[in-house]
Design a protein around this ligand. Structure first.
Ligand code: DGY
Length: 314
């Protein structure tokens, strides 16, 4: 049987290649200087490469786009839909791991974990001093979640375990979740003004691009922390740098940035009150294995003209 020919942005992880087995021949991602020889049956997006209508028009044989991950802001889903090409993703399985990362960043920022680690290793650390490196309470504080979807709900459950008050803001209220998670609905402004920790778990869309800008940061408490486990461009990076530098907010924990990665000389990297991870939200062995499996199953189903396990609607 002929193998399906699929373009993918690599290098792909061994697990992905293992699930694909002998059915799929992975081809390199097209570049301005190198076209992929036809036919191409499918597209596999691994590290968020851009896919839009003009790319799809150049690959007329494509029957499916499968994304390794839940966020599909790098794919123009409407363009794919207009061309009857289903887009698959991997929701649900990564909610727990991503929520854990959110809490890790929250605690790291609150208790200055990374800064403390640097200090403990440095020659300056000569003796214990009860007055140094005081952080802020995480327990009994107020967490504001922007975007109470599946990941946001997992964050809320964990926060309740830390005796935190949970507020959330969504475009639509989620009455069931409010009851189940004891989460209080708030307007965007109210959430910013009342939260000790503001955590972003919403998708990146036109409406959420730069949702956290200079004006939003000004509405936050001076003692507050911003945590972003969603997508970098939801935050205006320049405004965030200024707010952290000028003490307008206390700290930030970022799993994602804009741009990603930040240029090595970016001023944000010079601040002690920000903890930055290299987009590790769902990066556990177990979750990444499931993401590989589901994304390859979506890919194979689409290549065979069958319904995907998870399809993204435009
Ligand atoms: C996601 O699932 O969207 C993560 O960013 C990994 O792609």
């Amino acid at each position: 049987m002929a193998r399906f020919r699929v373009i993918a942005d690599g290098p792909l992880d061994e697990t992905v290649i293992g699930f694909a087995g002998a059915d799929i021949e992975f081809l390199p991602w097209p570049s301005p200087t190198s076209d992929v020889p036809a036919p191409v049956d499918g597209i596999y997006t691994y590290g968020h490469p851009h896919v839009d209508g003009s790319m799809l028009d150049g690959l007329p044989g494509v029957r499916v786009i499968s994304n390794y991950g839940v966020g599909v802001d790098h794919i123009n889903v409407a363009d794919a839909h207009d061309r009857d090409i289903p887009v698959g993703n991997t929701p649900n399985i990564l909610d727990g791991a991503t929520a854990d990362t959110g809490l890790a960043l929250l605690l790291a920022a609150a208790r200055r974990v990374v800064e403390g680690d640097r200090y403990a290793r440095s020659p300056e650390f000569l003796r214990y001093d009860p007055g140094y490196m005081l952080g802020r309470e995480a327990h009994s504080s107020t967490l504001g979640i922007i975007g109470l979807g599946n990941i946001g709900a997992q964050v809320a459950r964990r926060a309740r375990g830390f005796d935190m008050r949970v507020m959330y803001h969504n475009r639509r209220r989620r009455a069931h979740a409010e009851k189940q998670l004891e989460a209080e609905y708030a307007s965007f402004e109210e959430l910013l003004a009342r939260s000790d920790y503001v955590m972003l778990t919403c998708p990146l869309t036109e409406a959420t691009h730069h949702l956290i800008d200079a004006a939003a940061l000004r509405k936050m408490k001076q003692t507050a922390t911003l945590i972003n486990i969603a997508r970098g461009p939801i935050v205006d990076t320049r405004a965030l740098h200024e707010a952290l530098r000028d003490g307008q907010i206390a700290s930030a924990g970022l799993d994602v940035t804009d741009p990603e990665p930040l240029p090595r000389d970016h001023p944000l990297l010079g601040l002690d009150n920000v903890t930055i991870l290299p987009h590790l939200g769902s990066a556990t062995i177990e979750t990444r294995r499931q993401m590989a499996e589901i994304s390859i199953r979506n890919l194979l189903l689409g290549l065979r003209g069958e319904p995907l396990l998870h399809i993204v609607e435009p």
